[in-house]
Design a protein around this ligand. Structure first.
Ligand code: NI
Length: 147
């Protein structure tokens, strides 16, 4: 890892982002509640026969550009990592049933963004993971900064 030369400061930090895409199905349904309460709280999202979204995922890494490459992180390396660790497990899957890192969690975009962060964070070996931004629709998204 190329270490920050201005310890304790964000001076010189650059934030680089890779956008990725996946399609997945889910439902919002709390098994501890009645069907009526699930419908009351989640509306159409509680439909027992699932529904799908075209998700857009923005992964941002922060760091000081390496003087030899000019890169914070090689964006091809970042793309391959995100595809291997999360997209491969999410694309054309059912978030409630198919995805190992979503087991036992409500399949909301809040929880999905946090889970994606946990899956990626240990593997970012240049710069540091800064933000996972997840769009469920063009008008609805969440951002997670790991704290
Ligand atoms: Ni939904």
């Amino acid at each position: 890892m190329y270490l920050c030369s201005f310890m304790g400061s964000d001076k010189g930090m650059v934030y680089v982002t890779r956008k990725l895409h996946f399609n997945a199905a889910h439902k919002l349904y709390n098994p501890n509640w009645s069907k009526e309460k699930n419908t009351e709280i989640f509306g159409k999202c509680a439909n027992e026969y699932w529904h799908g979204h075209n998700f857009d995922l923005f992964i941002t890494v922060k760091g000081i550009p390496n003087p030899e490459t000019g890169y914070v992180i090689d964006l091809k390396v970042l793309k391959d990592l995100v595809e291997e660790k999360v997209i491969r497990k999410l694309d054309h899957r059912n978030l409630n049933l198919d995805v190992d890192f979503m087991q036992g969690k409500m399949a909301s975009i809040e929880n999905l963004a946090k889970a994606i962060w946990e899956e990626l964070y240990p593997y970012i070996n240049a710069g540091e993971l800064y933000c996972v931004k997840l769009y469920e629709t063009p008008r609805q998204w969440v951002s997670y900064y790991g704290k």
